[in-house]
Design a protein around this ligand. Structure first.
Ligand code: UDP
Ligand code: MG
Length: 317
């Protein structure tokens, strides 16, 4: 943890965003300078921490370049790609601000919203996050995201509103609380909801991604959804009990029906097909449950290993 504090930190995860980095810096600088001087601080009293998540393009060179020209830009680069939420964690671990802004590096959440958000934050909240008024993404992305948030709310037991942007401002004590949470299955939206404190939301505009591509493909989205659900809920484990109970009840009823048929109508019990189908059905359910157990077991194993969350290759702090 660096010693001297600054007024405000902005943490930005960067993965192959070379097209966005210059604009990011250009747009953020005047906003942050103004915010600092309006709050009675020196204009320079901020830092922008860009966490390069093992980009394969020129992102890190650009960050290094910016750091050389503008000391308020700091950087961390990972030894490989560790993932969006881990990159955010590294930023939080190293930031020094008494207030900390998180935002994505793709400029979909406009930095111009920061001053308005800061005003709300300053009114006495520990966390203010954006809710997208209108989401500017593809239909597929919108639908999968809807499904994801629905499952999460259904299973997690933590109040996590839909449509959250990564753009948010947090207090120092919120950051310190998050820094204590070292689990590997990271889902920062959920972790922040879990911490508690004074939280509020604000409607923000959402721009379409103008440059570069979304880094979340289908397997990555599934992985995040699984992390999110399994790290906040053990309800899926209980599903095994419920399904087992249901199957047992149904098969008992069917059994009774067959006995009744045999005794009163003397109808022989037919049904090669029904036997095969039920064997496969029960087998399928068992394998599914075993898979679910395995998922949690694997998660436990990873946590027990206790490896560091990320490995840094170079830091410019
Ligand atoms: N990102 C990252 N590591 C990854 C994937 C993404 O640091 O493995 C960064 C990415 O550079 C961007 C942010 O996380 O700044 C959000 O990613 P993206 O815009 O691709 O996600 P989407 O908005 O499509 O959900
Ligand atoms: Mg994006």
């Amino acid at each position: 943890m660096p010693d001297s504090q600054v007024f405000i930190s902005v943490v930005i995860p960067i993965y192959n965003e070379e097209e966005n980095i210059p604009e990011l810096h250009e747009r953020l600088t005047p906003i942050l300078e103004k915010l600092c001087s309006d709050s009675g601080q020196s204009r320079e009293d901020y830092e922008i921490i860009m966490v390069d998540d093992g980009s394969r393009d020129r992102s890190w060179e650009l960050i290094r370049d910016l750091h050389r020209r503008d000391g308020r830009v700091r950087g961390i680069t990972f030894a490989r790609n560790f993932g969006h939420h881990i990159a955010l964690t590294a930023g939080l671990d190293n930031c020094r601000g008494s207030a900390v802004v998180l935002m994505d590096g793709d400029l979909q959440d406009p930095p111009e919203e920061i001053p308005r958000m800061y005003a709300l934050f300053n009114a006495g909240h520990d966390l203010v996050y954006g809710i997208r008024e209108v989401r500017n993404d593809s239909l597929f992305k919108k639908m999968t995201s809807k499904l994801f948030w629905w499952m999460l709310r259904r299973f997690s037991g933590v109040a996590i509103p839909e449509g959250q942007t990564m753009l948010r401002i947090m207090s120092r004590r919120m950051v310190d609380a998050l820094k204590q949470m070292r689990e590997r299955a990271r889902f920062v939206h959920g972790m922040m909801a879990w911490v508690g404190f004074n939280v509020t939301t604000m409607d923000v505009k959402h721009a379409p991604r103008s440059k570069g591509k979304s880094k979340y493909n289908i397997p990555r989205m599934f992985a995040l959804a699984f992390h999110a659900i399994t790290s906040f809920s053990t309800v899926p484990l209980r599903l095994a009990t419920y399904t087992g109970l249901l199957c047992a009840c149904i098969s008992m009823l069917i059994g009774l029906y067959f006995i009744y048929q045999k005794i009163f109508h003397d109808i022989p019990v037919l049904g090669y097909a029904s036997i095969i189908v039920s064997i496969f059905f029960v087998g399928g359910v068992q394998l599914l449950m075993l898979g679910l157990f395995g998922e949690y077991l694997g998660r436990t194993y990873q946590e027990v290993q206790g490896r560091p969350l990320y490995i840094t290759r170079e830091t410019l702090l």
